[in-house]
Design a binder for this molecule. Structure first.
Ligand SMILES: [Zn+2]
Length: 149
């Protein structure tokens, strides 16, 4: 059976209670990355840049992300408040990861850039980036209430 995002969490082939090792990179291979994470959920954002990229984000701890690239090959794009750092490959233009504007302790890895395509089948959570301030506030409130629980 093909994994699907509608598959119950407990049956999903890559949702594990333990951390797993992942690798990935841009299209031409000038940027490669590796990380260990418990991948359980992707973030699908509808803000202007995420829509344009068609990106699907896997949130991981910033310190978990290991980037293997020449500094010259990685370009950072900023816009708006210029807080988020959208890293992309100078040669092929693909955006493998982002330092987000909120939760800077995370890196958002482009699930489409992970070598294991099963990552793209993880359940998706919508982030209403088109209404960024309100969505960010709601997310921070949810995280705070999870911490209290
Ligand atoms: Zn590239």
């Amino acid at each position: 059976m093909q994994p699907s995002r509608l598959m119950p969490r407990e049956e999903h082939p890559i949702i594990h209670p333990e951390e797993r090792r992942y690798t990935g990179g841009c299209h031409c291979g000038r940027i490669r990355f590796a990380f260990s994470a418990r991948a359980t959920e992707l973030t699908e954002c509808n803000c202007s840049i995420c829509r344009a990229k068609g990106a699907l984000w896997l949130p991981i701890r910033a310190e978990a992300l290991e980037v293997i690239a020449r500094a010259d090959d990685v370009q950072v794009y900023r816009f708006g408040t210029c807080t988020a750092e959208h890293s992309f490959c100078r040669a092929c233009g693909i955006h493998p990861y982002v330092k987000p504007r909120i939760l800077p302790q995370l890196r958002m890895v482009n699930a489409h850039c992970v070598d294991d395509p099963a990552v793209e089948t993880l359940p998706r959570r919508a982030f209403d980036g088109r209404d960024f301030e309100r969505a960010a506030e709601a997310l921070m409130a949810e995280i705070a209430s999870r911490r209290r629980a």
